[in-house]
Design a protein around this ligand. Structure first.
Ligand code: FEO
Length: 362
């Protein structure tokens, strides 16, 4: 395994996990990548790492550029396992100083016993001889410990954005130009819907700061690196963080013997009179990740379940649980369902959706 050059003196040294199909519940049919980056210069810096089972792959890629022992600093932008799994090994082999936020340092100690991290706050910089790193905490994009790191070198500004602007797009290609804007933006949207959505407000603040900083390259810790299509990913994030909606309604249901599906099709036909697009999701055949992706830009959802043993179907319960965590905004809803018992599913769905913040209509 060798490193792949991103810009002058910046290399991808991460790993492709082609077999990952569930990223904490988010369906990833094409796998995921864990992007670590190596910056070489007067000081050599490792930015983030990989999930623990991919440690050797990361080390091999680093060794294709320089001996691991030559790394001077390690920046950990986020302690979640997919980025921190190889930090302890890299620090032990190199003796490098780890830099991270206070919250991240606490997590690294708890998770791996790593102590002595240098903690940074907004605006702190780290001189690396012929270049400088600067740090911007972005709490809750995705965990409370997150930050992003800027690197200014040779007149170019690179943003190492960690989870922000990421996509679960697993390919040996490294750039937006290689996979094409449409594919990269599609995966960036699904990623936002399933990971970043509950933190839209924090993401909006981070987005403003990033746009003001005007990086030439954005290198996230998942998926491809943004170069040519930076304005496009900004536009997408503005929509996802804001109130943007399309004339889109979703009919989401599960069915026992086909009765609720019959209702779903009738409700959908009615909705087609008011919305230019109506999409149908039978939860026995569709993954919640895809439903959530569509929910970002939808205006209305119709959710249906037959009453089963006095409650809702398990797939519908899973939908409501997933929505409760991801907190989709700006949705009206209606409910439907058949009943072989006294009923109760519709009431339960309505209560849950109201608690999530959706507004009942019809
Ligand atoms: Fe990619 Fe929040 O970790």
């Amino acid at each position: 395994m060798t490193a792949k050059q991103i810009t002058d003196n910046v290399y991808f040294v991460g790993a492709a996990d082609y077999n990952c199909r569930s990223f904490h519940g988010y369906h990833t049919p094409g796998g995921v990548t864990y992007n670590a980056y190596l910056i070489t210069g007067e000081k050599n810096v490792l930015i983030d790492s990989v999930k623990a089972p991919f440690t050797d792959e990361m080390l091999e890629r680093i060794e294709s550029v320089l001996p691991v022992g030559k790394i001077d600093y390690i920046v950990c932008n986020h302690a979640e396992n997919d980025h921190s799994g190889a930090i302890a090994k890299a620090a032990q082999l190199s003796g490098a100083q780890v830099y991270c936020t206070v919250a991240c340092a606490k997590l690294l100690e708890k998770m791996y016993g790593i102590t002595g991290c240098k903690t940074v706050k907004a605006g702190d910089t780290l001189g690396c001889g012929d270049y400088t790193l600067s740090f911007m905490p972005t709490p809750f994009v995705h965990w409370p410990d997150n930050m992003v790191t800027f690197c200014e070198k040779g007149g170019k500004k690179i943003l190492f954005s960690n989870d922000a602007f990421g996509q679960h797009l697993c390919t040996n290609e490294r750039f937006d130009t290689a996979v094409g804007a449409a594919a990269a933006l599609k995966e960036a949207k699904t990623y936002f819907a399933n990971i970043v959505l509950p933190y839209s407000k924090q993401a909006a603040n981070a987005l403003d700061a990033v746009i003001a900083a005007n990086p030439d390259v954005i290198a996230p810790s998942h998926g491809i690196v943004w170069t040519t299509h930076i304005p496009d990913i900004y536009d997408l994030y503005k929509k996802l963080c804001g109130d943007y909606k399309q004339e889109l309604a979703l009919v989401i249901y599960d069915t026992m013997w086909g009765g609720t599906q019959k209702q779903a099709l009738q409700i959908g036909a009615n909705l087609e009179q008011s919305y230019s697009t109506v999409k149908y999701f039978n939860l026995s055949a569709s993954h919640l990740s895809d439903v959530m992706d569509e929910m970002c830009f939808a205006k209305h959802i119709a959710v249906g379940s037959p009453t089963l043993n006095g409650t809702i179907m398990p797939n519908v319960a899973a939908l409501l649980c997933y929505m409760k965590g991801l907190k989709p905004r700006g949705l009206t809803f209606e409910v439907f369902g058949t009943k072989g018992w006294a009923g109760g599913a519709e009431k339960e769905i309505a209560e849950s959706l109201t608690e999530i913040g959706c507004i009942q209509k019809g």
